[in-house]
Design a protein around this ligand. Sequence first.
Ligand SMILES: Cc1cc2nc3c(=O)[nH]c(=O)nc-3n(C[C@H](O)[C@H](O)[C@H](O)COP(=O)(O)OP(=O)(O)OC[C@H]3O[C@@H](n4cnc5c(N)ncnc54)[C@H](O)[C@@H]3O)c2cc1C
Length: 317
Amino acid sequence: MTRGLVYLDRKDIRRSAQLLEVVRSLYPEAFVDAVIFGEGNWEIEGFFDEVHHFLVEEDLLYDVRRIAKHIQDLQEEKQYDCIVIPATREGRMMAPALAMKLQTGLVADVVEVSRENEEICMMRPAFDGKLMACITNQSKGPVMMTVRPGAFRMAEKHIPERKESAKVIIHRCEKEAAPGIRLLEKQEAGESKDIREARVLVSGGGGVGERFPQLEKLADLLHGMVSSSRRLVDAGITPRSIQVGQSGKIVSPRLYVALGIYGSLQHMEGLSKVGDIIAVNTNKNAPICSLASVVVEGDAIEFVDKLSKKIIKEKEK
Ligand SMILES: Cc1cc2nc3c(=O)[nH]c(=O)nc-3n(C[C@H](O)[C@H](O)[C@H](O)COP(=O)(O)OP(=O)(O)OC[C@H]3O[C@@H](n4cnc5c(N)ncnc54)[C@H](O)[C@@H]3O)c2cc1C
């Protein structure tokens, strides 16, 4: 029986669990387990056959070599054919350490997978995103990859009808001193909104520039959030946390309002399963316009002002 393992990043359980889709699309009949580290009570609905929950000391959670060692032991017992890890900060640090231990290849930042007979193709952007590379695993070890968060979403057919609790297996780890790692200080992360959660994104690019704050008003009226292209991040106008694209986040809103965005390959890579795109651009031949449901030729901010006024007027009726 084929077996797959999904690593759940405890800081992003819900999105990590979506990586079940990667294993299911490669091996529809596989047993799929999940592994998670740290104290906590996570509600992991019954998508997985087994959830291996390692109870470890907090300072060990920053020691990716130890985490990799525990997964190596699990691999020896279960012999997974495929190990999928979210390309979060934690996942990106841990995956190479694990691949070294398992003496297998690792493909990073995968955005698509396919399988033809026994050949598995892991697709990732290459050459600055100018083309997509299909990489296969030639080693004897398990197929291992880190996957861009947001690139996969669980297909309806893979969601079990009865969401029973998964079989949770607790592994109590010895209190281990993590060599060279000391927890100096802990800071609570402030509540932050994530553009990947938004149903509506009002996104600004080079054509908006310094006028970007004026997009907030329209985003509020549409109950959405603002995001931007890398042009504005590089210019120091917007934070990297709201950048859409290959080196930013992959988003799937129902509506993406692209204001003064050209539609470079690297930007479009960040749009996955978007409902509709409204493109507002002074150049109607910009690539984003050919993908949009609605194209408005003109100034982005003029559009924002006119649409905002119209929505307010409609709401007052
Ligand atoms: C390795 C690598 C990774 C990258 N990753 C990303 C990424 O993750 N995300 C990303 O976005 N980019 C990324 N880029 C950069 C990308 O190649 C483009 O440079 C960038 O997306 C351009 O941003 P833009 O479309 O907002 O700006 P521009 O290219 O400057 O385009 C501005 C657009 O606005 C229009 N315009 C001008 N004035 C107005 C106006 N008044 N009203 C309306 N429209 C107007 C113009 O016609 C044009 O279409 C990456 C590049 C590399 C090399």
